[in-house]
Ligand binder design. Structure first.
Ligand code: ADP
Ligand code: MG
Length: 602
């Protein structure tokens, strides 16, 4: 057999490399913008036409290239960014492969002008699809402009796979805006088909940049994350638990200011929320990680979208911890205002603008904001027996002293007004809008956490039933009861087994709604049977079935005091936003949104 192996011509090798690095117009934008950042530019302007299919131009005011360098830059494996193998393990620039310009020039027409501070005449280089470069003089200031036109004109297969102009443009906008988030000190602009579509002036920090990129509305719903130790420095923003999304695509991750995708680290953020997130909801997160250069390997993926850590699990743990701390420390709970007028008080005379407006002092006095989530979370400290109240019963009187974590009374001795809507939801004014609380879900959350606490202790307060309830249970259910007899007992149910199939319940937890005690246990056992056993501990399953059947239901009418107690108790729980089963409890309507709906500019 004759020899068959031959070395591919350079031009063909470049095209093959281009296949990996240059997937679509947005990849060209990414490579060129990264080069501009590596060149130390403080101003980067991107211009595209027809989704980048017709033209991509990236202009920077960085250090530029000498004529010799500019010619060399289009050679494959030509780079100024690394010298030797050691450098490969300490990469502090975006580039290092020396592949992008060679690849781009092999599949498009490229026109580059560049100048350095030292050189008198600038350089212009034109290359058509990998043909020999034409070099001429060009007068220009320090910096570099690269225009890439007719992308893939000589690779019809690739050209065919390009999407619509709109789709390709969207990818480009996403590349520019995402990259820009990590470089607030650089001014970016993006012009799409002659119209400026992004204009990001240089700003002092990532938060301000994120506000311009992501919008104020979103950023107002974010809380800051910080963490710092010898392995990793973390800073960034995550959404409050009530401002989540239905998809995972809103997680932005930067490692040493490089955009990367990492399922593992996105998952760490998600896990950091614990059980706070409603089911199938995902956080928005913008996370910047900084690690020593030798802790990461960026040479994993040709387009450098992925990255390898020498110790990923430690980074994972720290990120998870950072998110958890951020959520714990932040005031994720609404701030209530005490100046909520009672509807009955809203006489025309009291309405603002009627000449009867209280002076600033009295306004100040009345506007005591209530911190429902004071430093001490009751819950743990609440005395047993303190967690009982039933609709219709007098609720915990006598606790008049104002402590953090309670709805205080305002200066007129009136409790903060809460309104019940349709005997199902509680309406409350908060500092920046209003919230609606699902009363059944709220009580479910309260009962759930307390049930877990009581089962953890020895015994719970229980109430003796005047008429013990006797039930015949099917064998599988009976087996369940037997299995969990001890836990039921600790929760406050006194259950006795009689004969083969029969149980008698003669005491129930005080917290249980007195109506329907007879069916409560039955429902719990059925529900227990339905709950998938996986993942959930027995205590949790019992707490869940108990809390969903024992408390306030939809349709129960609540007094002002009951509502106050419920709302206080809810926000003293660890996770006031979702029921144990994952339904939302609190819906928030920000003032901004209300004003928007009334066509008012906030
Ligand atoms: P890499 O970025 O991996 O080094 P590229 O093909 O992207 O490879 O670029 C090759 C070289 O061209 C770079 O190392 C750099 O020296 C030079 N270069 C590219 N773009 C610019 C620019 N905008 N300003 C200054 N120099 C640049
Ligand atoms: Mg590069």
């Amino acid at each position: 057999m004759p020899d068959q192996i031959k070395v591919l011509p350079e031009n063909l090798a470049n095209k093959i490399a281009a296949g990996e690095v240059i997937e679509r117009p947005a990849s060209v934008v990414k490579e060129l913008v990264e080069n501009a950042i590596d060149a130390g530019g403080s101003r980067i302007a991107v211009e595209v036409k027809a989704g980048g299919k017709q033209l991509i131009r990236v202009m920077d005011n960085g250090r530029g290239m000498s004529r010799e360098d500019a010619v060399l830059a289009f050679e494959r494996h030509a780079t100024s960014k690394i010298d030797n193998e050691d450098d490969l393990y300490r990469i502090g620039t975006f580039g290092f492969r020396g592949e992008a310009l060679a690849s781009i020039a092999s599949v498009a027409r490229v026109d580059l002008t560049t100048n350095t501070a030292e050189e008198a005449a600038g350089t212009r280089i034109r290359i058509d699809g990998g043909a020999a470069p034409r070099v001429t003089d060009a007068g220009r200031a320090e910096g570099t402009t690269i225009s890439v036109s007719q992308l893939f004109y000589n690779v019809p297969a690739r050209r065919k796979f390009l999407r619509t102009t709109g789709t390709e443009t969207r990818h480009i906008v996403s590349v520019v805006s995402t990259t820009a988030m990590a470089y607030p000190e650089i001014a970016f602009s993006l012009t799409v088909d002659g119209r400026e579509s992004l204009s990001l002036p240089a700003v002092s920090n990532t938060y301000v940049r994120a506000q311009t990129v992501m919008g104020n509305t979103l950023m107002n719903q974010m809380i800051p994350v910080t963490y710092d130790d010898e392995l990793v420095k973390i800073h960034g923003f995550i959404s409050r638990p009530d401002a989540t999304r239905v998809s995972r695509t809103h997680q932005y991750l930067f490692i040493n200011r490089r955009t990367v995708s990492s399922r593992a680290l996105n998952h760490a953020v998600f896990e950091g929320y614990g059980s706070i997130l409603p089911r199938e909801r995902y956080p928005v997160s913008i996370i910047f990680l900084a690690v020593d250069l030798d802790q990461v390997d960026v040479n994993v993926h040709p387009a450098k979208r992925e990255i390898r850590f020498s110790d990923e699990s430690s980074v994972y743990k720290r990120l998870l911890q950072a998110v958890r701390l951020a959520l714990q420390n932040s005031d994720v709970v609404p701030v209530f205002e005490t100046d909520t007028p009672n509807i009955s008080d809203m006489t025309p005379a009291a309405a603002p603008g009627n000449g009867n407006v209280p002076g600033p002092e009295s306004t100040m006095e009345r506007r005591t904001q209530i911190d429902l989530f004071g430093p001490a979370r009751p819950g743990a400290g609440a005395a047993p027996g303190d967690w009982t109240y039933n609709p219709g019963d007098p609720v915990r009187e006598g606790d008049d002293e104002t402590r953090p974590g309670t709805v205080r009374e305002d200066t007129h001795g009136e409790p903060v007004s809460l309104w019940q809507l349709h005997n199902a939801y509680i309406f409350a004014q908060v500092k920046d809008g209003f919230i609606l609380i699902d009363q059944h879900g709220a009580h479910e959350r309260v009962l759930f956490e307390r049930a877990l606490q009581t089962m953890d202790r020895e015994s719970a307060p229980s109430q003796q039933l005047l008429f013990p309830v006797t039930m015949d249970l099917p064998v599988p259910q009976l087996a369940l009861v037997q299995e969990h007899l001890d836990l039921f007992g600790r929760l406050g149910f006194n259950v006795k087994l009689f004969g083969e199939r029969t149980i008698v319940v003669d005491a129930v937890p005080c917290a249980a709604n007195k109506q329907g005690v007879d069916t409560l246990f039955q429902r719990m056992v059925e529900n227990l049977q339905d709950l998938p056993a996986r993942d959930l501990k027995a205590e949790e399953r019992i707490a869940r079935t108990f809390s969903s059947h024992a408390g306030i239901r939809k349709g129960d009418s609540l007094s002002q005091r009951e509502m106050n107690t419920l709302v206080n108790d809810l926000f003293a729980t660890e996770t006031p936003y979702v029921t144990p089963g994952g339904r939302p409890i609190v819906v928030r309507m920000p003032l901004e949104e209300i004003e928007r709906r009334f066509n008012r500019v906030p």
